[in-house]
Ligand binder design. Structure first.
Ligand code: CO
Ligand code: ZN
Length: 336
């Protein structure tokens, strides 16, 4: 799985530009899917057929990652930018950026390191720039609208893994592993790899409309609250097991689905946590409110430093998330 996750982390895919990620995932899932297709927005679907006795289940993980987009070019060759999704402004200084054409650069801010902006609250994004080493406008391979991502490769720290973009390549990896290990299920399961989650769960909205599932489940990361002086009271801890969503700012998980997940975890002795997230949401928010409504919930992998180039997850949490999904998909789900 380390090989899979490091390939996914290395793939370039800010929201709206997920091609490379989609092609990579298609290669991994093709041997295990009964059907594989995509749609006009770029969502990728891998169907695993059931035996006809079960439900139609949509599992969703988003392929896109946060990034930046060039908005203006200075005569000096420095690039002004805007964010795709929500960038961690305090963590921007000195970060490396990679653009779609392979161009590399670093991020700095007007006034440099000693400027007062770093001691205060969020400096205006307009004050930041990317330096790709160009000597002027004519020396640039980039223009308005070119997109980039913050670089940080996958690192194995032993019990924990570190990388930029676990949100939500970790969810994608978990879905791929789950499909690979799923020998049989009563349900028609559509493993859905969505686009444009970070800019407003846009891919999941059309995917759920297209699929008409009975049950929708997003698999994403969730911020943990186990660091000193937390600004939000979050009960989720790294290493405490997959988080079963109760509520976030985009949805209240369907109580029957949440209960079913809790019962399955307990029946299989899989550690789990309940998650209430007062900041952010997942693809499940869009799935739930599609057509006449879909029974929806989410399972999250706890993650420290989310949306920074150095996100951290616990290896055992990842394994237990896959175990929980396996047990979920193998059971009859009569109570949901
Ligand atoms: Co995110
Ligand atoms: Zn996410």
């Amino acid at each position: 799985m380390k090989d899979l996750i490091s390939q996914l982390i290395n793939a370039f895919g800010p929201s709206g530009f997920e091609n490379e990620v989609r092609e990579l995932i298609a290669e991994w899932v093709r041997p295990h899917a009964d059907e594989l297709w995509d749609d006009a927005m770029g969502n990728l679907y891998a169907l695993k057929k059931g035996d006809g006795s079960g439900r139609r289940i949509m599992l969703a993980a988003h392929m896109d990652q946060i990034g930046l987009i060039v908005t203006q070019i200075e005569d000096s060759g420095l690039l002004r930018f805007s964010e795709i999704g929500i960038l961690p402004q305090k963590a921007l200084l000195g970060q490396r950026v990679r653009f779609a054409n392979g161009a590399l650069g670093t991020i700095s801010v007007d006034g440099g390191v000693k400027t007062e902006v770093l001691d205060r609250d969020l400096p205006d994004l307009a004050k930041w720039f990317v330096d790709v080493g160009a000597t002027g406008r004519d020396d640039l391979s980039l223009g308005i609208g070119d997109v980039g991502v913050l670089m940080r490769p996958f690192e194995d720290l032993g019990k924990r893994w570190l990388a930029g973009g676990f949100d939500d390549r970790m969810g994608c990896a978990v879905l791929i592993e789950t499909l690979q290990r799923l020998d049989s299920t009563p349900h028609d399961v559509i493993f859905t790899f969505t686009v444009q989650e970070e800019v407003g769960v846009r891919g999941a909205r059309v995917a759920a409309y297209e699929l008409e599932p009975d049950i929708g489940l997003a698999v994403d990361i969730t911020p943990s609250g186990d660091l000193p002086r937390p600004t939000l009271p979050l009960a989720v801890k790294l290493g405490g097991g997959p988080s079963i969503k109760v509520m976030d700012t985009g949805m209240v998980a369907h109580p029957r689905l949440r209960q079913a997940l809790v019962h399955i975890a307990e029946a299989h002795s899989i550690p789990y946590q309940l998650e209430v997230l007062p900041l952010g949401s997942t693809d499940a928010a869009a799935i739930q409110a599609t057509r006449g409504g879909v029974i929806s919930g989410a399972v999250s992998i706890p993650c420290r430093y989310s949306h920074t180039p150095s996100e951290m997850v616990d290896v055992v949490d990842v394994e237990n998330t896959i175990r929980l999904l396996q047990a979920f998909l193998r059971g009859p789900l009569t109570s949901v």
